[in-house]
Design a protein around this ligand. Structure first.
Ligand code: AMP
Ligand code: MG
Length: 351
């Protein structure tokens, strides 16, 4: 165990002294957790093998699951990517800084430890100003997966990072609640045409509009029985998992509420501690040990922001059985349903 330093920062008035100290820790090969607009990241110097090894160890993450390299200026791509396709420039112009990760061929500068043994590298320029300042102070290349223990929901508050990694990393920068709440969209630009490996805030339609061409979605994301493994190694693990067994209930709204009420009653009689994830519109219908609304039914951005904190809340009060309504799959709703399905191990009941 080590002592984990803790500092509170705001994007509006960034404390340069703290950023300098955190940047030094990264340069010396240490680990610093920091806020981004998607989720909290666990940062290490992307160009030092030893830092990446430490990240895997702290998270308990399988070392074949590559890390995303975070940069703070476009020029940095040239050092870590072997080839930069035109699509990458177009996407960067439109979506960086922002919640989009691009997969490119890697250059010699990036150690295989950072890319989980792959010859490709994942790159993103985050929008959060604390993140950008930290990356600059660290020398420009920060490998950062989500700052949770492997298998737990990604952290959307510094408190979640503390729960998982206190005593295992050098420092936590607390920049408050994140804005989006789900991990970045990942798009692979190393094939003949772009492929989405992980859905996120930046949707397929947004990418297609900018690129003027069709963007495919990795088959393994669409079909849980697909023979091919997902191309983003991380997507094959049962990620984002709460301790309680999660079931998603889909169907006509009234039937869904009825079914969840019936199922919760039955499980509670069997001695289970039941949690329900619902919307503002349906919250009043439920009776369970913990009933939480993720937001207004049509506000998928609000639902995205709250999802992981709700799963963690259920863990902290010992919920053993969870029922969730299915949410709209439009816009970021697609990413919400992708994460929820993974958290549920694709356990869905249709009513
Ligand atoms: P996290 O930073 O925790 O959101 O995890 C990073 C995600 O990016 C994981 O799902 C990885 O599998 C994926 N990823 C990172 N690098 C690559 C790469 N070179 N090719 C494909 N997927 C990648
Ligand atoms: Mg993660």
């Amino acid at each position: 165990m080590m002592e984990t330093k803790y500092a509170i920062l705001t994007e509006k008035h960034i404390d340069r002294k703290i950023i300098k100290e955190a940047g030094k820790i990264l340069q010396k090969g240490g680990l610093v957790a920091f806020p981004t607009e998607t989720v909290y990241g666990l940062g290490g110097d992307a160009l030092q093998r030893e830092s990446s090894r430490k990240i895997y160890a702290a998270k308990g993450r399988p070392s074949d699951n590559p890390l995303i390299v975070h940069i703070c200026r476009w020029k940095a791509v040239k050092k870590i990517a072997g080839k930069i396709p035109q699509e990458a420039e177009k996407l960067a112009e439109n979506f960086w800084p922002g919640p989009l990760t691009m997969i490119l061929e890697k250059s010699e500068a990036v150690p295989l430890e950072t890319t989980g043994g792959l010859q490709t590298v994942a790159v993103r320029m985050p929008e959060n100003k604390i993140a950008l300042a930290l990356i600059a102070a660290a020398g420009g290349y920060v490998a950062a997966p989500s700052a949770n223990l492997s298998g737990k929901p990604s952290p959307t508050l510094a408190e979640h990072v503390r729960e998982d990694l206190d005593g295992k990393i050098d420092m936590i920068l607390d920049g408050g609640a994140v804005g989006i709440g789900l991990e970045s969209t990942i798009v692979d630009l190393t094939e003949n045409s772009p492929v989405i490996l992980r859905p996120g805030y930046i949707t397929k339609e947004m990418l297609e509009t900018v690129l003027g061409m069709e963007v495919a979605v990795d088959a393994a994301l669409v079909d849980s029985n697909a023979k091919q493994a997902p191309k983003a190694p991380g997507m094959k693990y049962r990620h984002y998992a709460p301790r309680g067994e999660l079931t998603i209930v889909t169907g006509e709204a009234a039937h869904v509420t009825d079914a969840i009420c019936r199922l919760s009653r039955k499980k509670r009689l069997e001695g289970e501690k039941v949690g329900v994830i619902c919307t503002d519109e349906t919250k009043m219908f439920y009776e369970a040990d913990c009933v939480v609304s993720a937001g207004e039914k049509t506000d998928t951005e609000e639902i995205a922001r709250h999802l992981y904190a709700i799963l963690r809340q259920f863990d902290s009060v010992g919920i053993t059985c969870i029922y969730s309504e299915a949410f709209s799959g439009r816009g970021i709703g697609q990413a919400v349903m992708n994460r929820l399905l993974k958290a549920a191990g694709h356990h869905v009941v249709e009513v």
